[in-house]
Design a protein around this ligand. Structure first.
Ligand code: NAD
Ligand code: DAU
Length: 328
């Protein structure tokens, strides 16, 4: 199959492309923003076509979609803290960008899988048995999650109104190789590796539902192959942990004192807890995660950052300068 992968030079997209080249003829469309890099695609550079361009460029998007059998749409602005300090790029990439993709797949009758997030559902109480399901009402908190929610709504409307052949997945927090050092886990690992003190927002009671990026992508492959058009699938691996626990685990795995970190200014509107019920995906499509030992996955991720300093070191100082400006 000819596959167009938007955002394929970002964290999850690049990991997806590394595997997809074994089965598909892959074109990547990526604007190579601060979050995307050619280096993330170096292992497969001779097996793909990388087009540097913006998903809001209707002419370019139309041309590429006319030449493809399916689109996997990862491209987005993705960092909540950035959306709080400057929301406009999120409107552009996440809403107008998704609209542009939808109009092109409509014009050329091309299959679309739209990648979304559990953050569209808002947050859950701490210590409650509740988890998000496909029927949980949307209740986004941040500029990031509200623009992802808007994008999901556009996809649903284009399926119903125009018969666009699309599926949606909403996944929980990913970790693994090639994640930008602005994000929680790589930030703390690279803080330790550069002699900085790790930074925890507030008391660290907030809970995230961690999934290894390979498991997210294996679910996306299952949905792309056998998902029902018009359906939303939730992707999660039962990996709930509070941030304080994750911080202490990282420090222990890196042979540091587990209390050797700073508490910094909390994120405004900070979502308390995310948790996914992936029963439908498991029952309907027979998917299950393989990286079920979080500590093993974290250890391998730490090893990856140790071995790939040339990939992240050029990004680190600017990211930390930005955080320092916000007392984070
Ligand atoms: P990322 O920030 O690492 O990568 C995003 C990629 O999109 C980058 O390569 C960037 O250059 C590209 N991009 C941004 N704007 C673009 C534009 N206008 N045109 C073309 N390319 C553009 O993001 P990620 O963490 O890999 O997330 C990928 C997708 O998965 C996003 O849609 C995100 O909402 C979703 N998601 C992420 C997570 C997570 O934990 N990281 C969890 C669930 C869902
Ligand atoms: O749930 C899926 C979402 O997960 C994706 O849609 C987003 O694109 C992705 O960025 C992620 O969002 P979060 O806001 O949950 O991830 P982040 O890595 O920014 O933060 C994880 C938690 O750690 C969150 O509760 C804030 C906290 N945190 C974050 C940073 C960067 C810290 O305590 N210290 C930090 O330095």
């Amino acid at each position: 199959m000819r596959l167009l992968v938007t955002g394929g030079a970002g964290f999850i997209g690049a990991n997806f492309v590394h595997d997809a080249v074994c089965e598909h003829d892959v074109t990547v469309l990526d604007a190579l923003t601060y979050a995307g890099s050619r280096e993330s695609l170096a292992p497969v550079e001779n097996k793909i076509r990388l087009v540097e361009g913006d998903i809001t460029d209707a002419e370019l998007v139309g041309k590429l979609i006319a030449e493809t059998d399916a689109v996997v749409h990862f491209a987005a602005e993705t960092h909540v803290d950035n959306s709080l300090s400057g929301p406009e790029p999120f409107l552009n990439a996440n809403v107008i960008g998704t609209f542009t993709i939808l109009e092109a797949v409509r014009a050329h009758n091309v299959r679309l899988h739209h990648i979304s997030t559990d953050e569209v559902y808002g947050d859950l109480e701490l210590n409650s048995p509740q988890r998000f399901t496909e029927s949980t009402p949307y209740n986004p908190s941040s500029p990031y999650s509200s623009t992802k929610a808007a994008a999901d709504m556009l996809v649903r409307a284009w399926v119903r109104s125009y018969g666009v052949r699309a599926t949606i997945s909403n996944c929980s927090n990913n970790y693994g190789p090639y994640q930008h050092v602005e994000k929680f886990i790589p930030r703390q690992i690279t803080n330790v590796l550069t002699g900085r003190r790790p930074k925890l927002y507030g008391a660290g009671a907030n809970v995230r539902d961690w999934i290894h990026v390979s498991d997210h992508n294996s679910a996306v492959r299952r949905i792309l192959a056998d998902g029902q058009i018009g359906r939303t699938y939730l992707i999660g691996a039962g990996g709930e942990r509070d941030n304080l626990t994750v911080m202490r685990t990282i420090l222990r795995l890196m042979d540091r004192d587990p209390e050797d970190f700073d508490h910094v200014t909390d994120r405004v509107g900070h979502d308390l807890r995310y948790a996914i019920d992936a029963t439908m995906l498991r029952d309907e499509l027979g998917w299950s995660p393989t990286h079920t030992d979080f500590e093993d996955g974290l250890r391998a991720t730490i090893d990856w950052y140790r071995a790939n300093e040339s990939w992240w070191a050029p990004l680190k100082d600017a990211v930390e300068a930005g955080y320092a400006g916000r007392n984070q």
